[in-house]
Design a binder for this molecule. Structure first.
Ligand code: NAP
Length: 254
């Protein structure tokens, strides 16, 4: 029993989770903290109180860091003090945004914003934090991909392009860094009840169509991602490289 607990323990580890204020990022932050990691909660507005309270409830520890990941030219400078203070063992690139509009009218400004947050920031953080991991010969990077890393979606070209990019980047970094002791993997959540999907849940026809296609018969909850994240953050996944783990209630197998 102790052997199994040790395999999943994150005691003594430091994790950085982006987009930690809400939804999936919040659930993963709480899960990693409960497993013993000191969690650096990255948000872009000073309102992470709900995540902090949930971490305190499980007896975990945290710090907060405020960086706007859409301002990609500033990320390297802003992350530097954190890297001087902490050895980051686990990076969860979770922050992501969606903008819906038919492709012919799609705003170029929104395209840039979505691709900056969902893909360019993921590369910059992986590079800046991955550098130390490669030097130390150990580290875990978990990127939050999507079913739209495999499928096209409707009216979300920037989101789909960025999430296909996240899956590709995961495999590219995994190939390079596997031999250096750094595991880079991704989680592709299915339809999860968060702010990100509020608009489609409020569209009753779309909501019904989605529910009918999910073999599990329900929307996922942010907490449904905790186990997968813990697995990929821990020793339990030391021989898992470049995998995109789908957590979708069976959507992709239908
Ligand atoms: P969410 O609750 O909207 O979470 C997104 C998080 O990213 C929020 O905490 C948000 O902070 C943060 N964020 C947004 N813009 C940012 C920026 N410029 N800089 C820093 N942080 C920023 O939605 P979610 O569903 O949990 O999304 C988390 C990840 O899961 C995303 O990558 C999303 O694409 C992915 N995903 C979600 C689903 C789903 O069904 N929900 C499915 C597949 C993949 P604020 O709220 O303060 O703006």
């Amino acid at each position: 029993m102790q052997y199994v607990l040790d395999l999943f323990s994150l005691k003594g580890k430091t994790a950085l989770v982006t987009g930690a204020r809400t939804g999936i990022g919040q659930a993963i932050s709480v899960g990693l903290a409960a497993a013993g990691a000191h969690v650096l909660l990255l948000g872009h507005r000073d309102n992470l109180h709900e995540t902090k309270a949930k971490i305190e409830e499980v007896g975990g520890t945290y710090e907060t860091v405020l960086i706007d990941l859409s301002q990609v030219d500033q990320i390297r400078t802003q992350i530097k003090p954190l890297l001087e203070k902490h050895q980051i063992d686990i990076l969860v690139n979770n922050a992501g945004i969606v903008y819906r509009e038919p492709a012919v009218d799609y705003s170029e400004q929104e395209w840039m914003r979505v691709v900056n947050v969902n893909l360019n920031a993921v590369f910059i953080l992986s590079q800046e934090i991955g550098r130390g991991m490669v030097e130390r010969g150990a580290g875990k990077i978990i990127n939050i991909a999507s079913l739209l890393s495999f499928q096209g979606g409707i009216f979300v070209p920037a989101y789909t392009a960025s999430k296909h990019g996240v899956a590709g980047l995961t495999k590219s970094l995994a190939n390079e860094w596997a031999a250096k002791g750094v595991q880079v993997n991704a989680i592709a959540p299915g339809y999860i009840d968060t702010n990100n999907t509020e608009a489609i849940r409020n569209d009753s026809k779309r909501n019904q169509a989605i529910l009918e296609r999910i073999p599990a018969g329900r929307w996922g909850l942010p907490e449904d991602l905790t186990g997968a994240a813990l697995f990929l953050a821990s020793k339990a996944s030391d021989y898992v490289n470049g995998h995109v783990l789908v957590v979708d209630g069976g959507w992709m197998s239908r």
